[in-house]
Design a protein around this ligand. Structure first.
Ligand code: KG4
Ligand code: ZN
Length: 355
């Protein structure tokens, strides 16, 4: 039976960090339903994601979310052709919840299972579609994929399904981590990126000259730890009253440094590869200044830039489902002893010296 399956539609499950998400998606990228639950309130008192709390919340959320997703999609189990699940990279305890759920459901319902790399999901988010979003027709392989989240700042050359070359990556903190650490220093709560984004709208991005690390280097790597230290030094020089009064401009200047570096490296990547399509993906691509500047950047440089809507930029199961269904169509199946991995598999990505 399985050999003749068409793989029109799958259920996808994502639990790699602190968001639980389920989706029903078709092979052409149409998202029939996606339901996600974030755990921000549970982690907020600790100023960051606590792995043990994340796993426990996934166990509470995952089955109700799957039921709700099926209900919203109007589909039943018999309409599904497979199950896709994130197996790597991520928090092992979190991944395990999604994996055990997916394996059990696949076995119980007699459906094939496929394991997906979380970053691959982010990199394919530009192909998702729904009633209010579709990338422009010019968007397609090859494209530059900038994956920017709490754990990653990776610039990829995406040539096709499974063909992802890392052109550059952060040598220290991820861009999202830089936002979150600054927010913590400034007493803005967790997750910090959203707060910095909000406050920045009232501030002047030119008020403080924060460093743009590695901007003059020839490579496509990123570094954000110097920026964090510079901001820390600046905050220490100020009285509490000054900090409070200057906070919007501090946020705007800090944010500007991150946005400028990201777009500068994209410009370099366009020049070195000649590729004229780009995708911004991952939680940081929700940043409103980055989204606005990326649009200007695309027009100025003649590059088709896709920044999917927030629901597909942040962690979600729809992107995992899209990657999974393409892989199922290629005949891939998860091994029976499939387990979670904190890191990507060695052959998930190529590195730029192998270009
Ligand atoms: O992709 P994501 O939802 O989770 C993973 O890390 O995989 O990304 C979360 C990161 C956090 O660091 C958060 O502060 C950041 O994305 N973020 C933002 C914004 N929204 C979320 N950073 C800047 N501006 C935002 N609007
Ligand atoms: Zn992510």
């Amino acid at each position: 039976m399985e050999g003749t399956a068409k793989f029109d539609r799958v259920l996808a499950i994502e639990t790699s960090c602190d968001d639980t998400s389920a989706a029903v998606i078709s092979a052409d990228g149409y998202v029939e339903a996606v339901c996600s639950a974030n755990q921000d309130l549970a982690h907020e008192p600790f100023g960051g994601v606590v792995p043990e709390i994340a796993s426990r919340n996934h166990t509470l959320n995952v089955l109700p979310l799957i039921e709700e997703t099926l209900k919203r999609s109007g589909r039943s189990w018999s309409d599904l052709d497979g199950i896709a699940v994130t197996s790597r990279p991520g928090l092992v305890g979190s991944l395990l919840v999604g994996l055990v759920t997916a394996k059990s459901l696949a076995l119980a319902k007699g459906l094939p299972l496929v394991a997906v790399n979380h970053l691959e999901g982010h990199l394919l988010a530009g192909f998702l579609r729904d009633e209010s979003f579709a990338a422009p027709a010019e968007f397609g392989y090859p494209y530059l994929g900038l994956a920017i989240s709490g754990g990653h700042t990776h610039l990829f050359l995406v040539k096709g399904l499974g063909d992802y070359t890392v052109l550059g990556q952060t040598v220290d903190d991820a861009a999202g981590e830089a936002f979150d650490k600054f927010a913590k220093m400034a007493g803005l709560g967790f997750p910090g990126g959203v707060q910095v984004d909000k406050l920045s709208r009232e501030g002047d991005p030119q008020s403080y000259q924060f460093p743009r690390a590695l901007i003059h280097e020839d490579n496509l790597n990123f570094s954000f730890s110097g920026l964090k230290t510079a901001a820390q030094n600046q905050l220490q020089k100020m009285t509490l009253a000054e900090r409070k009064q200057q906070l919007p401009s501090l946020c705007a200047s800090y944010q500007e440094a991150i946005v400028e570096v990201l777009l500068h490296k994209l410009t370099k990547a366009v020049a070195s590869t000649g590729v004229r399509c780009a995708l911004l993906t991952g939680g940081v691509s929700a940043n409103s200044r980055l989204r606005a500047q990326a649009e200007v950047w695309g027009r100025t440089h003649g590059v088709t830039v896709v920044v999917p809507p927030l629901r597909y930029c942040t962690d979600n199961a729809a992107m995992i489902g899209f990657a999974g269904i393409q892989r199922l169509r290629r005949g891939e199946r998860a091994a029976e002893d499939l387990g979670p991995s904190p890191r990507p598999y060695p052959d998930d990505f190529k590195y730029s010296d192998e270009l």
